[in-house]
Design a protein. Structure first.
Length: 247
């Protein structure tokens, strides 16, 4: 029973940070200590989006419009947390500026050309992929769990790029938390999709996350809260695109 209580606290902490869902906070943990809750919070967000998708299909809304509504539901559930990180990261990382200037750009609340294009591509690719899938509801639960399940891994292997801010305050997850987060994300995907599609989605999702992390490492020397958001978006898109290749 102790481990159930601990997992519940990790879930509450992850949901409190990764979403805008109204929850009662009796107690929370440092973010890095809530690693196991990341994929569970992702599955919750995916479940909300899946319910909207199913409702839209049920009332006869065309597939692409239904997919846009589902993506919008996920954005609303998270308060556009990851989309904000994607836009800021795109503006900074693709600016061509030196490291310190890149960090300044990423802290600027204004959205530039790269950020705007990144958001358009993100919503378009997610909605288009989702509309092409036969079981989009299951895919939503799977990809949202997977995309958040990799974040503790990146928080452990890389260092914060700043001495202040979210990344510095989050701490470094323990190794067992990293394994649990990745394992729970994959398990949720297998339950939702079946082994074959789930493992394909997991592989492409992990590769997409690693690519963004490598870019942040090269340009910044580590990660920030914004690059974690961009990583989640890339992992989510990669997983959805992978699923569209399955006949």
């Amino acid at each position: 029973m102790i481990w159930i209580a601990a997992l519940r606290l990790e879930l509450v902490t992850a949901v409190a940070f990764l979403t805008r869902l109204p929850i009662r906070l009796d107690a929370t943990l440092p973010l890095a200590a809530a690693a196991r809750g990341f994929p569970l919070a992702g599955a919750l967000v995916g479940g909300i989006a899946a319910a909207v998708l199913a409702l839209a299909h049920g009332v006869g809304i065309p597939p692409l419009v239904a997919a846009v509504l589902a993506v919008g539901a996920a954005v609303a559930a998270t308060g556009a947390l990851h989309e904000d990180g994607l836009a800021d990261s795109a503006d900074g990382l693709f600016s061509g500026a030196a490291r310190e200037r890149v960090l300044e750009i990423m802290r600027d609340s204004r959205i530039g050309t790269f950020g705007a294009l990144a958001l358009i591509l993100s919503v378009g690719l997610r909605a288009g992929s989702l509309a092409a899938l036969a079981d989009g509801a299951a895919a939503l639960i799977a990809v949202h769990a997977l995309s958040r399940g990799w974040l503790p891994w990146l928080m452990r292997i890389d260092a914060p790029a700043r001495t202040d801010g979210l990344a510095a305050a989050a701490g470094k997850p323990e190794a067992d938390g990293v394994y649990w987060a990745a394992g729970l994300g994959i398990t949720i995907a297998v339950i939702a999709l079946g082994p074959g599609p789930a493992l394909l989605a997991a592989a492409v999702s992990a590769g997409s996350a690693a690519a963004v992390a490598a870019l942040a490492r090269r340009r910044l020397g580590g990660y920030t809260g914004d690059t974690l958001g961009a990583t989640e978006q890339a992992a989510e898109i990669g997983a959805l695109l992978a699923l569209t290749t399955i006949p």
